[in-house]
Design a binder for this molecule. Structure first.
Ligand SMILES: *Cc1c(COP(=O)(O)O)cnc(C)c1O
Length: 397
């Protein structure tokens, strides 16, 4: 491969760009993971991660990618043959239900056309019909990274409460944590699942399960086999006492990432993501392309997917953009494969980085001779210019 000068624009919806300060924090000499210095670091990080989930409950950290936290949430709270309510509403929601089946759970599925988040009314109806209370858990994906639709967790919680259903509420926040508002305690979430390589601006390698008292109580009776993913030693762990070697250097990185989030202010981080999501949608409409998420109320804050015009390959387009402009874009996943491309706008990014990414897409559309209108970038730039300094206004919305 020849040298490609300049920076690569990494505009996939995770893994995301890692701030230099975080990279430098990770590049620290290895610590004794049983020594006092790591215990102090772990204690600090375990406490400071809680506000990111808006919880006061324990947050358990595994050395794994987010998929591990999916498994951990299931095996600690459920027993063989239990029924869970899952969603065929996008590739990640679907993959989680497939994992549940592999683990010996029965899955009842609510499907969408993959262009909207599941309707809280449909969830309420499914739970109301379950008079025997067979459904033990509901598996939400807060932000469906495959199509850019967000589930309205607070409304779903209200729906569950209206029918008085006791199911646990498990929520994958992997691509929304640190990018879009998520309120574990206020929304009555029982397990919040996170990963390090998206909004938290770290490499992959830390998986999070924030656990409610109800989830911990369920774990005392749950009978799915578990060993590595067992919560028990971690719930008791308030400091550095992990039952295996933790990913110590990623803890240095997490501490620095939390410093950056604190310095910007969590609500300002959310407002920045909201602005970038809106600017991206304006660009896509400006090009005359169609946004995959069909419902404005479901729009994601961290990723936007766009359809290619009929008869044009999204993967061919992405290949051209990568080769010509050194910019990876997200591909369509599952049934959106080759039909859509995804722009990630989460993590350590700013107006000019987003502008550069949109510039690359517009040039790519031209270079690939894909029917489109010129000027999408200009729509985005007009919006960003007009809103600069308006972060507080958006955060208040
Ligand atoms: C990325 C992602 C996953 C998978 O996480 P890994 O860290 O790749 O294992 C699961 N769910 C969602 C919503 C994601 O965005």
């Amino acid at each position: 491969m020849s040298y490609q000068p300049g920076r690569q624009f990494l505009n996939i919806p995770g893994p995301t760009n890692i701030p230099e300060r975080v990279l430098r924090a990770i590049a620290a000499p290895v610590l004794d993971h049983r020594g006092p210095e790591f215990a102090q670091l772990a204690t600090e990080v375990l406490a400071r991660i809680k506000p990111i989930f808006k919880t006061t409950q324990p947050v358990l950290i595994f050395p794994a990618s987010g998929t591990g936290a999916w498994e951990s949430a299931l095996v600690n709270t459920l027993s063989p043959g239990d029924t869970v309510l899952g969603f065929d509403s996008g590739q990640f929601a679907l993959l989680w239900t497939q994992m549940a089946k592999k683990l010996g759970l029965q899955v009842q599925t609510i499907a969408t056309d993959w262009r909207r988040a599941p309707d809280p009314v449909a969830i309420e109806a499914a739970l109301a019909e379950d008079r025997e209370k067979k459904i033990k858990a509901v598996l939400l994906v807060h932000n469906e990274t495959a199509n850019g639709c967000m589930m309205r967790v607070a409304e779903i919680r209200q729906a569950i409460d209206r029918v008085g259903h006791p199911a646990l509420l498990l929520v994958d926040t992997i691509s929304s944590l640190g990018s879009a508002d998520f309120r574990m305690d206020e929304w009555g979430v029982d397990v919040s699942i996170g990963g390090s390589q998206k909004g938290l601006m770290l490499p992959a390698g830390l998986a999070f399960c924030a656990v409610s008292p109800k989830a911990v109580a369920a774990s005392k009776h749950a009978k799915l086999p578990r060993a590595f993913w067992d919560w028990e030693p971690l719930v008791a762990n308030t400091g550095g006492n992990f039952p295996y070697t933790p990913a110590c250097n990623l803890f240095f990185g997490l501490r620095e990432a939390l410093n950056l989030i604190d310095a910007e202010g969590l609500e300002n981080v959310f407002a920045r993501h909201a602005r970038h999501a809106e600017a991206t949608r304006r660009a896509i409409r400006g090009w005359g392309l169609e946004i995959v998420c069909a419902e404005p109320k479901d729009y994601s804050r961290s990723i936007t997917a766009a359809f290619m015009p009929e008869g044009y390959s999204a993967d061919g387009f992405r290949k051209l953009v990568l080769e010509r402009f050194n910019m990876p874009l997200g591909g369509g996943l599952g049934r959106l494969s080759d039909k859509a491309f995804r722009i990630g706008h989460l993590g350590d990014t700013n107006d000019l980085m987003l502008g550069g990414a949109l510039f690359g897409v517009e040039m790519g559309l031209g270079a690939a001779k894909i029917p489109h209108k010129a000027g999408g970038v200009q729509e985005a730039l007009n919006y960003l210019a007009d809103q600069s300094g308006g972060a507080a206004r958006l955060a208040a919305e």
